[in-house]
Design a protein around this ligand. Structure first.
Ligand code: FAD
Length: 303
């Protein structure tokens, strides 16, 4: 890893040319709405973000396949109604290879050609030991290989700038990522992170281990600090003290919270662009405001 401190780059985002900013690849992640009210909010956010020329928008897959039908339905509707490429997430928790194959063939029939392939977490919760289905895939690398046998999908996989919580060490973690790419994934999307040096160090580790696929920076704008901090704890993402300090005392002040969140996310992505990062995946939480502002900051305008 380079010893160059993050802030030492002379070229700031504000001085980068439109051409350079247009080279950025953006994708937006949503979750399938559970009821009519959430569905309404989902489409409002989608309608706002779809014109921002994303490479794709993706829709998550509930633990244990709980959202299987909703994920398929919503992904096909996004493609049909907005014309934007959509990716369906898929996990192999609690399902046989045959059952997972049925879902993949269902995606194929619905015209979905992009999959984010994940192992998933046990129904007991993140961090509990993973027990594969007796006739199922043992991990995401096997799942990627299984999907590849069915069709020519564009496959993304997950990776972890602070190491997956169940990886015993860095070597095992990066070797696992390498297996997923070697099995046929086109890119890896990171878990959320708040310290950019974790991401930059991770990319160096992966490159040194011979992983050359794009490592897309997964950015979580902080719509609600308490919720994000709780989720971060469960998935092994650290919350730096400086970040907690910035949101301290803002629980009952949504206006200032939103302004701070916007500044924090803007600072994170501009630093990354200044360090040469060109691919971003935004976790939208089905809300458009912060992500729309970030996309604008990165030079996007509604088509
Ligand atoms: P894997 O790559 O299989 O790795 C899991 C762990 O097992 C790692 O610690 C790895 O090192 C270890 N491992 C794997 N193979 C071996 C082996 N052969 N020997 C030893 N160790 C091994 N979850 C959902 O339920 N639905 C979603 O839609 C969803 N979307 C996500 C999107 C992104 C971008 C990210 C980053 C995560 C997402 N998740 C989702 C969460 C994900 O399912 C969990 O993080 C899960 O714990 C790991 O999934 P994985 O695909 O990274 O697993």
């Amino acid at each position: 890893m380079s010893d160059t401190p993050i802030f030492s780059q002379p070229e700031r985002l504000s001085r980068q040319s439109d051409y350079e900013l247009q080279q950025l690849q953006l994708s937006f992640e949503f979750f399938p709405p559970k009821n009519d009210k959430m569905e309404e909010r989902f489409w409002v956010a989608m309608d706002k973000l779809a014109p921002m020329n994303p490479r794709f928008v993706s829709v998550t897959y509930g633990a244990g396949g709980t959202t299987r039908d909703r994920t398929t339905k919503i992904v096909s509707r996004i493609e049909k109604d907005t014309g934007v490429n959509a990716a369906a997430h898929l996990t192999c928790v609690g399902a046989s290879k045959e059952e997972v194959g049925d879902v993949v063939r269902g995606y194929q029939e619905a015209g979905i050609s992009r999959i984010v392939a994940l192992r998933g977490d046990p129904p007991e919760g993140v961090g509990m030991p993973f027990q594969p289905h007796p006739q199922g895939y043992k991990n995401a690398a096997e799942l990627v290989a299984g999907i590849r046998e069915i069709g020519d999908f564009d496959i993304s996989v997950a990776c972890y700038p602070e190491k997956h919580p169940q990886s015993p060490d860095w070597h095992g973690d990066i070797e696992n990522l390498k297996r997923k790419i070697d099995a046929g994934a086109s890119r890896a999307i990171t878990q959320m992170f708040f310290d950019n040096s974790d991401y930059l160090r991770f990319v160096d580790r992966a490159r040194n281990a011979g992983v050359h696929a794009p490592i897309v920076a997964g950015i979580q704008p902080i719509h609600n600090f308490t919720q994000v901090a709780n989720f971060a704890k469960r998935c092994g993402t650290s919350i730096p003290d400086w970040l907690a300090d910035r949101f301290d005392g803002l629980e009952d002040d949504p206006e200032t919270h939103a302004l701070v969140a916007s500044a924090v996310a803007a600072e994170q992505v501009t630093e990354l662009v200044d360090r040469g990062v060109t691919e971003f995946h935004f976790y939208t939480m089905n809300r458009s405001s912060l992500v729309f502002a970030l996309a604008r900051l990165l030079g996007r305008r509604p088509a």
